[in-house]
Design a binder for this molecule. Sequence first.
Ligand SMILES: [Zn+2]
Length: 216
Amino acid sequence: MIKPSSSSDVQPATRVDEGGGSQGQGLNVLISLFAQLPGMGMRSARRAVLHLLTHRDSVMVPLSAALAKAHDDIKICGQCGNWDVQDPCSICRDSTREQDTLCVVEGVSDVWAIERSGAYRGRYFVLGGTLSALQGKDPEALGMARLVDRVAEDNVREVILATSATLEGQTTAHYIEDLLADKNVVISRLGQGLPFGGELDYLDDTTLASAFCARR
Ligand SMILES: [Zn+2]
């Protein structure tokens, strides 16, 4: 019997299989799960799994623990829809942020992108998508009533519509504009420079910052 080493990190005995692969059933399940992640194909998934198997102590165990912890601890903020370990989230709790400015975005990745740019010091409202009959997203599913309540409760003076430049994104922005038309609030949109249909996440920080400065 081979004596196990003190660390279960081991050097790979095989190269990453770039072809069809003939892994065991358990490995195939793991690889298939990885392949479902955004930006991952089967080849990247095999490489990732092989990396985990050869770095069990230093990568696989902490990653597994972090995933379990994230699953247990991270929740959706009841006020803005952001993800955080606390509800309300740290942005909603931050009293130094402007309470009277609300930026409406499609997804949490947009919040992260805007936060990275450092261009904005107000608060957010995450829609969780755009109005889409095809995907069954109606005003109720996007929490439009909550948005109207939030504007009233927080005495919001400006609502920045940062939905994407797609047809659905713009339709959603128009809908919100109509919804808030009689609410004594300034409605603005991010300035030009945003690529058509581009998610905010793909923009560099400078472009995003100037889009905020040039809002109209
Ligand atoms: Zn929040």
